[in-house]
Design a protein around this ligand. Structure first.
Ligand code: MTE
Length: 306
């Protein structure tokens, strides 16, 4: 297996035993409170050469500090409000410039895709960061399954629209549904995954259950949650934050310490958590994934294409 070239680690190798025990207690506690504990199911996933060996944030941090505006704008709201979301049944409509368009049940989406654990750095445009042990598969695998037509230059994604459960969709805080997009070469890069879980279990609802995008070299808002629609298109698609404020949020949104947000510096970040690695640290170009992705942007002025 060529992807095993450097001893990859699973989260359980780098998470102290005490955290593991706490996590179990948390899940048991959540079950007692009816917060969906029993819904967690173990997922078998292979380790990956793309995983960082940085220590992951705790499950409490990853599931308690979220951006998911469909469920509220404060970081602690999604953990409570997202529990309403019905995630089974779930299907993704895949269309546009593809050979086999259609509505694919989640099981069909997953069929034939190799699940891996990807421990990725995750950098929000708001200048905080985490390390998350995602479970997922390469988006390229899904796109190849449906067959990309030569005219497809971009991929667009949409989140579910269901105001009965996504309570903030009744308010125009963003233009709903949440939309994101990638250029086709970015979508096909092996770092780009569709994630269906984290910490070895099904995706918590506040993190984008049952399936979300994760693009680790871009600011977190590109990593759209609870995806129900994917289209292969010829033109650059509309994306939520870019439509909201094009001066502040571009289409590419690559993590870039040399291009500041108009209202704050992007040179450093605050690692969420109170452990050994907490505090401010310098932000690396492409969030540290330059070896894998810098070539995608050769010849592009990333100050202009921010
Ligand atoms: N996807 C949807 N549908 N709605 C959102 O509000 N927020 C984005 C992104 N995906 C968002 C979304 C932002 S700003 C970030 S930083 C990440 O999700 C946060 O992911 P996390 O809560 O799993 O850390």
């Amino acid at each position: 297996m060529p992807w095993r070239y450097k001893s990859p680690m699973n989260w359980s190798d780098v998470t102290p035993r005490a955290d593991f025990v706490n996590r179990r207690q948390l899940i048991a506690g959540a079950a007692a409170l009816g917060l969906g504990g029993p819904a967690f199911a173990k997922i078998a996933a292979a380790p990956s050469k793309y995983s960082t060996d940085a220590a992951p944030n705790s499950l409490e941090e990853i599931t308690g500090y979220n951006n998911f505006y469909e469920f509220g704008t404060r970081k602690e709201e999604p953990a409570v409000n997202a529990q309403k979301l019905t995630t089974d049944p779930w299907a993704i409509e895949i269309g546009g410039l593809v050979e086999r368009p259609g509505t694919y049940d989640l099981a069909d989406v997953l069929a034939g895709q190799a699940l891996e654990e990807r421990i990725y750095r995750f950098r929000c445009v708001e200048a905080w960061s985490m390390v998350v042990p995602w479970i997922g598969f390469e988006l390229a695998g899904l796109l190849n399954k449906v067959g990309v037509q030569p005219g497809a230059k971009f991929v667009s994604f949409e989140t579910l629209m269901r105001p009965e459960e996504m309570i903030w969709q009744d308010y125009p805080i963003l233009e709903w549904p949440y939309r994101e997009g990638l250029r086709i070469d970015e979508a096909m890069n092996p770092l780009t995954i569709m994630a269906t879980g984290l910490y070895g279990e099904e995706m918590p609802k506040q993190n984008g259950a049952p399936i979300r995008l994760v693009v680790p070299w871009k600011y977190g808002f590109k990593s759209i949650k609870s995806v129900v629609r994917i289209d292969l298109v010829a033109e650059q698609p509309k994306t939520t934050w870019n439509m909201m404020n094009p001066q502040e949020y571009g289409f590419f949104c690559n993590v870039n310490p040399t291009v500041d947000h108009p209202r704050w510096s992007q040179a450093s970040e605050r690692r969420i958590g109170s452990g050994l690695f907490a505090g401010r640290q310098d932000t690396p170009m492409f969030n540290g994934y330059g070896d894998e992705v810098a070539a995608l942007y050769s010849g592009q002025d990333l100050a202009k294409d921010f």
